[in-house]
Design a protein around this ligand. Structure first.
Ligand code: ADP
Ligand code: MG
Length: 277
């Protein structure tokens, strides 16, 4: 038989064996439209490497749209357009020669509603994204990756004895942690989380928050949340989005989370974080 490492099945890209450093992400004057409806107006935000940035603000102000411009999901929506730049470690993800799949691999995403493949095993769910990146791995490397990613997602102990069960058999909170594990398996350097706890009970929410705290420093996180206590607990910096009557959404104020919650500069931020909206 062939020596280890020489067959297609064991020819491994670096992605499988080592987690890369978290990346700095910068939005520069990002505007976005759906058809002729402008929903974001020149949003600029630095999302420092390894930090947790929280995006807060009322529904409809463009937070989800902004997240989708960061990893190029926005352009998959028919009628959607954008302008501006998104810099990943200083390089425009929309630059000439940059591919959609590069952005999707480097910048992972977790959604509000947990969306594991329900009939697929827990084990295969974790590995599902590797197909997207064309990564090949041996059985042993897959086993190690599944254990590592589920451990980082805070789910390993609960599922280690039932990895062959379908993802859909897990509770909502477990499914969301499975989705975090699946996102981590492709070794993203940034993780976008769009209201990851909105569909979960308080205990499951707490577990996800602990996972976010453990991941901080290892991966850059951008999280949209309507839960002000959550933003205060998990983030180091915070941006307040608002779309005033008839105008596209934008950032009213951003800064250190302590400052946004403790001494906001803008009265609209003060009203929002105090629940007066
Ligand atoms: P948020 O996440 O802050 O609630 P969104 O980014 O979802 O805000 O929405 C911003 C604006 O864009 C809203 O007016 C919303 O109706 C509109 N919008 C969002 N998604 C689409 C879409 N796929 N097609 C058309 N309009 C959309
Ligand atoms: Mg949203």
């Amino acid at each position: 038989s062939a020596p280890a490492g020489s067959t297609a099945d064991t020819a491994v890209l670096p992605a499988v064996t080592s987690a890369p450093a978290p990346a700095r992400l910068e939005a520069r004057a990002v505007s976005a439209w759906f058809g002729t409806h402008k929903v974001l107006e020149r949003v600029s935000l630095d999302m420092p490497a390894g930090r947790v940035s929280a995006l807060i603000g009322p529904s409809g102000c463009g937070k989800s749209t902004f997240l989708r411009t960061l990893n190029r999901m926005h352009e998959l929506i028919p009628s959607a357009a954008m302008s501006g730049e998104v810099l990943f470690e200083g390089e425009d993800v929309y630059g000439a020669g940059r591919r959609l799949t590069d952005a999707r691999r480097r910048i992972g995403m977790v959604f509000q509603k947990p969306n594991p493949f329900p009939a697929m095993s827990i084990y295969d769910n974790v590995l599902a994204g590797l197909r997207l990146t064309g990564t090949k791995a041996s059985r042993r490397e897959k086993d190690e990756l599944v254990e590592e990613c589920l451990t980082r997602a805070g789910l390993w102990k609960e599922v280690r004895d039932r990895l062959r069960q379908p993802g859909g058999a897990l509770s909502g909170g477990q499914q969301q942690r499975l989705c975090i594990g699946r996102a981590l398996a492709v070794r993203p350097r940034v993780l976008l989380m769009d209201e990851p706890c909105s569909a979960l009970d308080p205990t499951s929410t707490r577990r996800i928050e602990e996972t976010i705290q453990e991941l901080s420093g290892q991966v850059t996180i951008v999280i949209v949340t309507h839960n002000m206590q959550q933003a205060a607990r998990v983030s180091q910096q915070c941006a307040f989005f608002l779309a005033e009557q008839g105008t596209p959404g934008g950032i009213v104020e951003h800064g250190a989370t302590e400052q946004i919650f403790g001494s906001p500069a803008d009265s609209r931020t003060a009203d929002y974080v105090a629940g007066r909206f």
